[in-house]
Every structure is written in C-alpha cells, then in structure tokens.
Design a protein around this ligand. Structure first.
Ligand code: PEP
Length: 247
C-alpha cells in the first residue's frame, strides 16, 4: 500500500564477527531501493561497531532488550543503552526468545512498552508453531499474541509487526504467498477491530520465515505483506535482492 513504506529487516541472530560484519557492510552498499526502509538486527556486542560502519540510512536493531532502563539485571541491556549507541530499533518477541529462552507474552509486552517509552522503534514478532497451525489454531494464537502486546503499545507509528510462523523460521519451508497473505489480512482486520482504522492502514506487517531471493517477489506482491524479516539470507548478498523485491 502507498500508506506503508516497504520494510526489510535483517536478523543476524548469534552470528558473525568483525570481519564477517565488514563483509555484510560491504554488500549492503547495494544499490538498495530508495522505496525500502532497511534495518539490521545485530548481536549486542557489535551494535556500536555496526552503527559506526553502516550508512545512516540503514537502521541498526538490537535483537532483544530488558523492560527497565537500568539496574541490577546482570547480562541485560536497556533501550536507553541501545539509543545511546545511536541505534534506533529493537527486535522483541522473536520466536527464539519465546521458545529457547521461554519469554512469555506478558514479558515481551512489557519489553515492547518500555522500549517505546524510551523512544526506540520496535519490530514485534509473533507467529504460530507447526502443531498450532496443524490444529487450525493459527488465528487464535496470533490474535492472543497481539492482544498481549496491545495494552503496552503507546505509539503504533514506531511499531512493525513481524508475522513469523515458527515452522518457517530457518527451515527452508516458506509460507506460500496465500498462506502468509491470509494471516496478514486477518492481523490487519484485528488492528481495525481492536485499535482503529488508521493504525490498521498504516502499520507495516512484515513476513519472516525462510525468505530468499527466489520467493520474495511473489510474497511482496500480495496486498498485506509490507516487507520481510530475514534471518539466514540477511548474512549474504541475497539480502540486497530481498530489499529490492518490489523494484
Ligand atoms: C528470523 O530469524 O526471523 C528468520 C525469519 O529466519 P530465516 O529467514 O533464516 O528463516
């Protein structure tokens, strides 16, 4: 839609070293479509290095943060720290945070709330597991995840929703354009019913799960997929082709 700038986020996960990041920075010279907003999610120890070496027009995201600004929380980082390094984004609620580190809907919601209050922009991730899809519970699961986020979202203009079916993440099993579009349309209707029409029309809902140069164009043609969150392919020059999927 004209109201929603195409958004492509990378998620490097726990990968890379300085030399690897230099290689990513080098292919990120593109050329990149001016019609796509881009941000890369980098490990917290490399946030400053990445921010200092990437051009300003590419956003840098942390992959997680805690729900308060400072204090006795050994091992955590706060949105204030992320901002202090010049980074403007954080990915929250990624399926690996939910499922490997047992983060609850409630904790993720509080993290999103605090990150927004602190002035960050948030890529908030949701998505169903395979057994939930197979049990026809996809809609119920993603609506419950949205409902948990809702009370803590103070500024929808700084939120991107990433719909990432867990069965599609890192598996090479991409959702078909029809499967993804179906969920995206339902999520947009959910926003219309539970927030308002303006938020429904303007909020980017991006798809994640084994996006590659081979499948990104078909996904990008659908009416309600406003971009991608890209894991594995964001470490490779393939990422540039995905950024340029609509060109
Ligand atoms: C992700 O990590 O959010 C992701 C979608 O990974 P991949 O693209 O590798 O499936």
């Amino acid at each position: 839609s004209d109201q929603r700038k195409f958004f492509v986020g990378g998620n490097w996960k726990m990968n890379g070293d300085k030399a690897g990041i230099d290689a990513i920075i080098s292919f990120m010279k593109g050329p990149l479509s001016p019609n796509t907003e881009v941000a890369v999610g980098c490990p917290q120890c490399y946030l400053m290095y990445t921010r200092e070496h990437l051009p300003e027009n590419i956003g840098v995201a942390a992959q997680n943060c805690y729900k308060v600004s400072k204090g006795a929380f050994t091992g955590e980082i706060s949105p204030a720290m992320i901002k202090d390094l010049g980074c403007k984004w954080v990915i929250l609620g990624h399926s690996e945070r939910r499922n490997v580190f047992n983060e609850s809907d409630q904790l993720i919601s509080e993290k999103v709330g605090h990150a927004l209050e602190a002035g960050l922009k948030v890529i908030a991730c949701i998505g169903e597991k395979l057994e939930e899809r197979e049990g026809n519970r996809t809609e119920e699961v993603v609506f419950a995840q949205m409902k948990a986020l809702l009370p803590n979202i103070s500024d929808w203009s700084r939120v991107v929703i990433a719909y990432e079916p867990v069965w599609a993440i890192g598996t090479g099993k991409t959702a078909s354009p029809e499967q993804a579009q179906d969920v995206h349309a339902k999520l947009r209707q959910w926003l219309r019913d539970n927030v308002n029409a303006q938020v429904a029309d303007s909020t980017r809902i991006i798809y994640g799960g084994s996006v590659t140069p081979a499948n990104c164009q078909e996904l990008a043609k659908t009416g309600d997929i406003d971009g991608f969150l890209v894991g594995g392919a964001s470490l490779k020059p393939d990422f540039v082709q995905i950024i340029n999927a609509r060109d």
